[in-house]
Design a protein around this ligand. Structure first.
Ligand SMILES: *[C@@H]1O[C@H](CO)[C@@H](O)[C@H](O)[C@H]1NC(C)=O
Length: 171
């Protein structure tokens, strides 16, 4: 009886420990997908065929952000140590988002040429919306004292999206 209770307690402990790393790994997946998208856009010669990996990569990225939100929503509240790991992973993502969005802004004339800029705009808006969902889900799980820092760390990511949305939005 005591033994089985110890096992249950150990099981709960493992579950709680796994939540921070699960969110970090979800963030790393989003970062990896962001880097791939950057590579596809920056190596794109402006031809129609080259838009296939870009559109595919963009769809994969959106799915990863949604998955990340689910992981964060299913997570237990994070410890301070977890929160630090999540903050480090968020900063790495933020840097990658800055690079990728800069690349996407730089490629606008090529997308214009193929009349694809409205599609890119829709994707940027969907990705921003998904990012808000993902980050809100994470921030909710941070210790209350760390929540303002969480909001602060996400802000540059949302600012990057806004910059690109302004460039791609003709209105
Ligand atoms: C990238 O970061 C720099 C430095 O913070 C900033 O000035 C620039 O606007 C950012 N660009 C994008 C696309 O977010």
């Amino acid at each position: 009886m005591i033994f089985s209770r110890v096992i249950v307690a150990a099981g709960l402990f493992v579950t709680a420990l796994a939540d921070g790393p699960a969110i970090v790994s979800a963030l790393e997946k989003v970062t990896g997908d962001t880097t791939s998208l950057n590579d596809d856009v920056s190596s794109w010669n402006g031809g129609l065929l080259g838009t296939i990996p870009i559109v595919t990569g963009s769809t994969t990225l959106l799915a990863s952000i949604h998955e990340g939100q689910k992981t964060a929503e299913a997570s237990e509240p994070l410890t301070l140590l977890d929160a630090i790991g999540v903050a480090v992973a968020t900063q790495a993502l933020s840097k990658e988002v800055n690079t990728t969005i800069s690349t996407i802004i730089g490629a606008k004339s090529k997308f214009d040429h193929l009349f694809l800029s409205p599609v890119i705009l829709i994707n940027l808006e969907l990705e921003k919306k998904a990012t808000v969902g993902f980050s809100d889900a994470i921030i909710e799980k941070l210790p209350v004292e760390q929540q303002p820092l969480g909001t602060q760390l996400v802000k540059p990511i949302l600012d990057s999206f806004d910059l690109a949305i302004d460039v791609y939005n003709p209105f």
